[in-house]
Write a protein that binds this ligand. Structure first.
Ligand SMILES: Cc1cc2nc3c(=O)[nH]c(=O)nc-3n(C[C@H](O)[C@H](O)[C@H](O)COP(=O)(O)OP(=O)(O)OC[C@H]3O[C@@H](n4cnc5c(N)ncnc54)[C@H](O)[C@@H]3O)c2cc1C
Length: 389
């Protein structure tokens, strides 16, 4: 069978690309080894799919080339996807920080994309084992379940290796390398941290959460942190994990809303109160106890020297954690790194050295913050390629 394009991967980016090209009259085959499309969409946003973010901007993406995403994100915007969602009568709401979710279920987003592919007469091949992919005489040849298919364009949309038990693979990188494209070292991102023996104390806090400000180098996020039996999670930690480098500390401010010298003020107002009570007014009790186990002050506030209280203030506002690592691809919401943007046109996602080859979505070295940014990249890059096929 011969097509204008074969799209490998029926996830968010692949479906957006296939439907866009199909509706422009292109004959498209959409292939996936899973037996159903959009499995990550289905589990996203706790089953409600955080499908975009109103504050989408290029500076909320990590990439070796921070300018690369500008073109696609600028041409296919959150409101374009929202208009599609509304055309399909899907009810939605804004949660916090510009994050848009379905009121009902992520299944509605998958059904919408499948219907749009139908409107573009896209051909499907699901549950298919892909074997050889070759390029000869300007045509891509793909063996699917032992049958040969050909197209003048091939789109790599098989995502990254995060959550392998859902069928995620590094296949896009293998194919990219086969065709001579370079790959920026992939790594797990939006992933919980593990803590080592030195911080075992904090692993006992499993289930405790607190609003914090977390810092790594000059990057800072202010969201909730969650202690787990293995280490640190919650939105703040997932966000900073995408930037973190091994063997470096992260700094956590457990009292981001407190004014300077707030403990001295407490001492003045409640000298007979204990240090523990003063902290527990702002922090969960179990966390207070764990932090105080490390700080050198105990007893009544009035009995403490100002210098000692200043020291505690400073510790609480820049508590160093030394993660021993992360929970890896098994728990990573996305993969950072991927097919190098230096190989691709930012307008069309087409490989410069091999016209006809495209790469989109998470397979590319563009990784968004938590909060709907990764889907917006999948839609925008899929749309850009779909318009160029
Ligand atoms: C638990 C979880 C929750 C998430 N929640 C959100 C959220 O709420 N908002 C947000 O913006 N992002 C979220 N993400 C991230 C988001 O799901 C991804 O960034 C997005 O799905 C990437 O789209 P993609 O099309 O590039 O890849 P994918 O959606 O991963 O699609 C890739 C497709 O390729 C197929 N495939 C892989 N290997 C092969 C192969 N060898 N042969 C054939 N087919 C193959 C897969 O089966 C899959 O269907 C979440 C991720 C996870 C894991």
């Amino acid at each position: 069978m011969t097509y204008d394009a074969i799209v490998l991967g029926a996830g968010a980016a692949g479906m957006m690309c296939a439907m866009t090209a199909g509706q422009r009259g292109k004959r498209v085959l959409l292939v996936d080894h899973a037996d159903a499309p959009g499995k990550k969409i289905l589990i996203s946003g706790g089953g409600r799919c955080n499908f975009t973010n109103l504050h989408t901007a290029p500076d909320r993406y990590l990439s070796a080339n921070p300018h690369f995403a500008k073109s696609a994100l600028g041409r296919y915007r959150p409101h374009d996807f929202l208009a599609l969602v509304e055309r399909h009568g899907i009810a939605w709401h804004e949660k916090t920080l510009g994050q848009l979710f379905c009121d009902g279920s992520a299944k509605q987003i998958v059904a919408m994309l499948v219907a749009e592919c139908g409107a573009g007469d896209v051909a499907w091949s699901l549950g298919s084992a892909l074997s050889a992919v070759e390029y000869r005489d300007g045509v891509f040849h793909v063996m699917i379940d032992g049958q040969a298919h050909a197209a003048r364009a091939l789109v790599l949309a098989t995502g990254g290796p995060s959550i392998p038990k859902m069928g995620a693979t590094g296949f896009a990188y293998d194919l990219a390398r086969q065709f001579g494209l370079s790959v920026v070292q992939p790594r797990p991102a939006l992933v919980p941290f593990t803590l080592g023996a030195d911080d075992a104390l904090f692993r006992d806090l499993s289930g405790v959460s607190a609003p914090v400000e977390v810092r790594w180098n000059k990057v800072l996020f202010r969201e909730a942190a969650l202690f787990t039996h293995r280490g640190l999670s919650g939105p703040a930690m997932l966000q900073i994990s995408s930037y973190w480098q091994h063997r470096t500390p992260i700094g956590v401010n457990f009292v981001p809303d407190m004014p300077v010298d707030w403990l001295l003020e407490e001492k003045r107002r409640r000298p007979q109160g204990s240090v523990r009570q003063a902290l527990a007014r702002h922090l969960p009790e179990r966390l207070t106890d764990a932090l105080l186990a490390r700080a050198e002050v105990k007893g009544e506030l009035g009995a403490q020297r100002d210098a000692a209280l200043r020291q505690v203030q400073s510790q609480l506002s820049n508590w160093p954690f030394h993660p021993s690592g992360t929970e890896g691809y098994a728990k990573a919401e996305v993969t950072a790194g991927g097919i190098s943007t230096s190989e691709l046109s930012s307008q069309t996602m087409e490989a410069r050295r091999l016209p006809g080859l495209f790469a989109i979505g998470e397979a590319v070295d563009v990784t968004g913050w938590l909060g709907g940014y990764n889907f917006q990249w999948a839609w925008a890059s899929g749309w850009a390629a779909g318009m160029a096929l």
